[in-house]
Design a protein around this ligand. Structure first.
Ligand SMILES: *[C@@H]1O[C@H](CO)[C@@H](O)[C@H](O)[C@H]1NC(C)=O
Ligand SMILES: *[C@@H]1O[C@H](CO)[C@@H](O)[C@H](O)[C@H]1NC(C)=O
Length: 355
């Protein structure tokens, strides 16, 4: 009797000790993790991810677009790249207030966002990520960054920015497919360009590779936040099959899932920092991905452009002088970061010409 009671106490003590040790470890892990989520930074970077959708090159290059106002108005753009052949767009510049180089990638401008999303169901893991055995990724996303006019232009702009501002941190962002490209850019800077301080934050990003890739990725770019929103369908694609976690697409960490809970007339916005697995079952995976509208607005900021389906760009004569165009019609607007920012004079502000 006395003996069995002692045994029970011993078991309880053991359970308590091991569970408190486990909590302690989790706590420590969370505190020490490089990718600690910063809400303020997220609300700033989402505005860059929104601005890169602007199709008026003059407004974007002179940083006068309405989306360029708000929290990001202190930005100095250095390079604006438009790959007309693949309908891609990106910019690089320096955010003086963050003391960082910011790179933003536009998401898809395909005719119908619905078609683009349907296609995502069928994307194959069809490319070995170079130099990483067993790491597989989706070829289309990989090549959108690696095999277009974007990458060389971006690398060149980073080099020029560093010559002027020193080795300041680099923040890479993008929404939807732009998030996929931001991730490939972040890992490229770490692996191939010896960048030391690279931070990636994506919004509504699809899966881009398998579990092996996700594991390499999170070691190389630990300072990554992948924001998902409510029932946004895109982060659920291409599908993840829990029964074959090694064989299928697998997100990298760290997810932050935004959702609302309503209590009577009160609605709370929750920002849940998820576990380090990349596929936390208690985050966006706990709901079905059924919403396109949840894909289009993050932190109250509209992403995508007002006119989907256009690769058309608008450019005024004063900024044409800053541009170069290649044989494919792709072009780059570029300025020397050491020179004053471009000011528009108002007469040339009108009469934008389609290029
Ligand atoms: C969060 O980010 C903002 C903007 O970069 C910065 O000013 C602030 O210090 C950061 N907060 C923490 C706790 O790091
Ligand atoms: C890479 O780009 C070049 C030029 O646009 C193209 O000819 C080539 O097929 C592309 N490679 C792949 C694998 O997509």
């Amino acid at each position: 009797m006395g003996k069995s009671r002692w045994l029970i106490w011993a078991i309880i003590a053991c359970v308590l000790a091991s569970s408190s040790a486990r909590e302690l470890k989790l706590f420590k892990h969370k505190m020490g993790h490089e990718s600690d989520y910063n809400h303020t930074l997220a609300t700033i970077l989402v505005e860059y991810a929104s601005a890169v959708y602007v199709t008026d090159m003059t407004q974007l290059f002179t940083w006068t677009c309405s989306r360029c106002n708000g929290l990001i108005k202190e930005f100095e753009i250095i390079e604006l790249v438009v790959d007309i052949q693949h309908c891609l767009q990106s910019f690089v510049g320096v955010a003086k207030d963050l003391n960082a180089i910011v790179i933003a990638f536009r998401g898809t401008q395909e005719h119908s966002i619905m078609n683009w999303i349907e296609d995502l169901y069928w994307k194959q893991l069809d490319l070995n990520y170079p130099g990483m055995s067993d790491a597989m990724v989706h070829r289309g996303f990989y090549y959108a960054y690696h095999n277009t006019t974007l990458r060389p232009a971006i690398l060149n702009a980073i080099k020029r920015a560093k010559e002027c501002y020193g080795d300041i941190p680099i923040m890479v962002t993008g929404h939807s497919m732009g998030g996929a490209m931001a991730a490939f850019c972040g890992i490229d800077l770490k692996v191939n360009h010896e960048a030391r301080n690279v931070q990636v934050m994506t919004f509504g990003q699809p899966r881009i590779g398998n579990a092996v890739f996700a594991s390499y990725y999170s070691k190389l770019v630990p300072n990554t936040i992948r924001v998902t929103n409510e029932h946004d369908i895109v982060p659920h694609l291409p599908p993840y099959y829990p029964y074959f976690p090694q064989k299928t697409y697998h997100h990298f960490p760290r997810e932050v899932w935004l959702y609302n809970i309503g209590l009577g007339s009160l609605v709370y916005n929750i920002e849940k920092v998820c576990d380090g697995s990349g596929e936390d079952p208690s985050c966006s995976r706990s709901v079905t991905g059924t919403s396109i509208s949840d894909h289009l607005v993050y932190y109250g900021v509209a992403l995508m452009s007002g006119e989907p389906g256009t690769c058309r760009i608008v450019m005024d004569p004063p900024v044409v002088d800053y541009g170069t165009t290649d044989l494919g019609g792709n072009f780059i607007l570029s300025r020397n970061p050491a020179t004053p920012v471009i000011k528009l004079n108002t007469e040339s502000d009108t009469g934008g010409k389609n290029v």
